[in-house]
Design a protein around this ligand. Sequence first.
Ligand code: ATP
Ligand code: MG
Length: 154
Amino acid sequence: MEVLGKVIGEGKSRVVYEYLLDPNWVVKVNKERVNYFGIKAVHDANADEYFWYNELKKVGLHTWLAECKYVDGLFLMRKADKLVPGKYVIPMWFKDTNADNWGLIDNKLVSIDYTWFHVKKQPTWYISDGKVKRREVSLEMFTSLKRKEIIVEE
Ligand SMILES: Nc1ncnc2c1ncn2[C@@H]1O[C@H](COP(=O)(O)OP(=O)(O)OP(=O)(O)O)[C@@H](O)[C@H]1O
Ligand SMILES: [Mg+2]
């Protein structure tokens, strides 16, 4: 049975389709692209997203991400509504403030494009007394970090 509906979006690494079995989910399909070495290859952005959803779930921060899962080999993500004009506040550890990569699910702000480069790796390294040191970032620090904004114009 055909489960892919209309194309509802496309980015550098994925094409996104309606999921005909359930309108609350979309299907994301990795695109073949030319990589750094000039070779055509598929970078599995979906697997990165799945990894991050499950990592952040361990610390309760997955609520910032649209839920994703694999069903019958297809990568599905909860369908989000487009952001309406306004000001949105997100945690500092997201690199991506492009409104196209954010949406609303049940009126709650979530990231819909969270491959690894969109999340800052923690813990960080720093230099003190001429030595490289590792700073462990506690969950409390991580969640209370300064916030940044996404502005969507009218
Ligand atoms: N969960 C979702 N719900 C609704 N629309 C979505 C969802 N995920 C993606 N889209 C739509 O598809 C577009 C492309 O998806 P996405 O940003 O994940 O692809 P990408 O190739 O990783 O993007 P980029 O070029 O930003 O790296 C989005 O900008 C959005 O319009
Ligand atoms: Mg995108």
